[in-house]
Ligand binder design. Sequence first.
Ligand code: DX5
Ligand code: ZN
Length: 218
Amino acid sequence: MKTPIISPSVLAADFANLQRDIEMLNSSDADWIHIDVMDGIFVPNISFGQPVCAAIAKHAKKPLDVHLMIERPERYVEQFKQAGASLISVHYEACVHLHRNIEQIKGLGIKAGVAINPHTPVDLLAEIIADIDLVCVMSVNPGFGGQKFIENTYTKVQKLAELRNRFNSSVLIEIDGGVNSTNAKKLIDVGADVLVAGNFVFTAANPLATIKDLKTQL
Ligand code: DX5
Ligand code: ZN
C-alpha cells in the first residue's frame, strides 16, 4: 500500500489559536499544510488572505499547499509566494488563460497545481497535465469545510490516473473535501497521492492520532 501525503486544511483550525494548531501540525505526521483561500465570488464564502497565510508560514515547518478558490488568481499568486506558498493550485474554472497562469506560478520557482470542481471532466486536463505538478480533485463543491464526500470522485480519480499514465506524467493527484478514514484507503487504491482533511482532523478528539491513522490507513 502506497503511503499518502497528508495535507490537513487549516480552514477547520481554531482561527483564534492558529499558532497552537500549526505547532500541532508541525509535530504530527502531516506532510503539508493546506491553505484554503476563498474570495466570496468564485465560491460563496470568504476565508482569509495572504496576511493570514504569511502568519501561518512564520510558524509552519511544513510546505504550504495553497488552494486559491478565487477569480483571476494571477492577480495574487506572487503575493502568496511571498506569503510562504510552496505550491499554488488555481481552479480550472477560474482561469481563462490557464497555461499562462501555470507558467506564472512556475516562474516564481514554486510548484503549480490545477483544481477541478466536481462537475469538471478530467479529460479537460489533457493539454495541461504535462505542465503541472498536481491536480486537486474537489470531492465536494468548493466553498465550505465539513461537507459530504461525493462518491463519483472514485471514478474521476481512476480516469485521471489513466490520463496520467497515457501522458507518462508524474503529476500528483490530491483529493479535497470530505476525506475521512472511510474513503481514504479506497482513494489511495484508485490512484490518489495526497489527502486533504479539514474537519476530520480538527474536530477529532486526538488530531495527532487521526493524522497518523490517515497516513498509515488504519
Ligand atoms: C473546500 C476546501 C477544502 C475543505 C476541506 O472548499 O477546499 O479544503 O476545507 O475540509 P473538509 O475536510 O472538512 O471537507
Ligand atoms: Zn482546499
